[in-house]
Design a protein around this ligand. Structure first.
Ligand code: SF4
Length: 351
């Protein structure tokens, strides 16, 4: 049986073309888009300004993805982790992160991940499938419903959840365009961040899309020999090519790249590692985000001491590198990517 198209994953122009094809005027497409992305409705029966026969025809021809909240975990430090059911019964996770400057949602782009990074729990079961554009939009809508209950709105999107977004490129870009649309969430591209483990060709491609989002690159090692071991993608795209792609991204978009560096005790946290990282990034317009490792039971890595983290940051600062240490938010909600989903796979989490 052919699956009905998902209206939630369509850009506004596509919805307008879709309703025109049904014999309705284009403005019905705008109304429909607003119901889904502004008023957060997934049931056409509630779309009261649409004619009844048009609503019935929509039901016959299309569907609207709506992600059911299977589990919610709140952390006193300000994060809420949502485990959401996607239409085929799989579960996807998203995190609402509350900061002084606004509320962000961390979105997953795939079910599982094929990239095999040594420190990450999300890749242990491999890749099940890419998420659709509608399933990515559905995560933001679920997060926005949580935020509205608290009198806030989602103002930032970070695609840093489970999966490598660049491996799901077309759905990702369509998702970003939908989130930017003025008739819907209307989130500026400058408030969107895409994280990659270093997919060089897609970094170049993204730089040419005309959507100036922040690019965040997970580096985690200052030399190829170590990065080859920690992140298998480095064997395809070594550091020199990756950093060249980051420079291109900055040149084309004017957006400074964020370098994510997870500090793991005795692995990549020495003073020598810090000096090597500083020389590597010397002539790059970037910002380094140091992340003390959040241990997961399935991986053997440990978190370095607070002193080690500060020392590492100081070395970078002394060498003129812009650096911050990520605020520890969400550790209590199993916030390292893949943790909540894996907990539920092992058995129902205790309330
Ligand atoms: S860190 Fe990201 S890219 Fe690497 S395995 Fe985990 S989810 Fe995939």
């Amino acid at each position: 049986m052919v699956e009905k198209p998902d209206l939630l994953g369509m850009e506004l122009t596509e919805i307008q073309a879709f309703v025109e094809d049904m014999g309705a005027p284009r403005y019905r497409g705008v109304q429909l888009f607003q119901w889904m992305h502004k008023k957060l409705k997934a049931d056409v029966s509630e779309m009261s300004n649409l004619p009844k026969d048009f609503r019935q025809e929509l039901r016959n021809r299309a569907r609207i993805t709506n992600l059911e909240v299977l589990q919610r975990k709140d952390d006193p430090q300000g994060s809420t982790k949502l485990l959401l059911r996607v239409p085929d019964g799989e579960a996807v996770e998203s995190v609402v992160l509350r900061y002084e400057y606004g509320t962000s949602v961390c979105v997953s782009s795939q079910l599982g991940c094929a990239m095999g990074c040594a420190m990450c729990a999300s890749t242990l079961g491999g890749l099940k499938r890419n998420l659709t554009t509608g399933e990515m939009c559905g995560q933001v809508i679920a997060a926005e419903r949580v935020s509205r209950q608290e009198g806030h709105h989602i103002s930032r999107i970070v695609v840093m959840g489970i999966g490598e977004p660049m491996e799901n490129y077309e759905s990702l870009v369509r998702f970003l365009r939908i989130m930017n649309c003025r008739e819907g969430m209307n989130i500026s591209y400058r408030r969107m961040t895409i994280s990659t483990c270093g997919h060089v060709p897609q970094i170049i491609r993204l730089s040419q899309e005309g959507i100036p989002v922040t690019l965040s690159v997970s580096l985690h090692a200052p030399v190829d020999s170590l990065r080859d071991k920690l992140m298998p993608i480095n064997r395809r795209y070594p550091l020199s090519e990756l950093l060249e792609a980051c420079k291109t991204y900055f040149r084309v978009t004017g957006r400074r790249v964020t370098i994510e560096y997870t500090l793991m005790k005795g692995v990549n946290d020495s003073a020598q590692d810090a000096s090597r990282l500083a020389s590597l990034l010397r002539d790059m317009a970037c910002h380094v985000n140091l992340i003390p490792y959040n241990p997961v039971p399935e991986r053997q890595f440990e978190r370095p001491s607070r002193e080690r983290v500060c020392e590492f940051a100081e070395i970078l600062r002394d060498k003129g590198i812009n650096v911050t240490v990520r605020r520890e938010i969400g550790a209590g909600t199993a916030a390292a990517c893949g943790q909540l989903r894996r907990l539920t796979e092992r058995g129902p989490a205790k309330p």
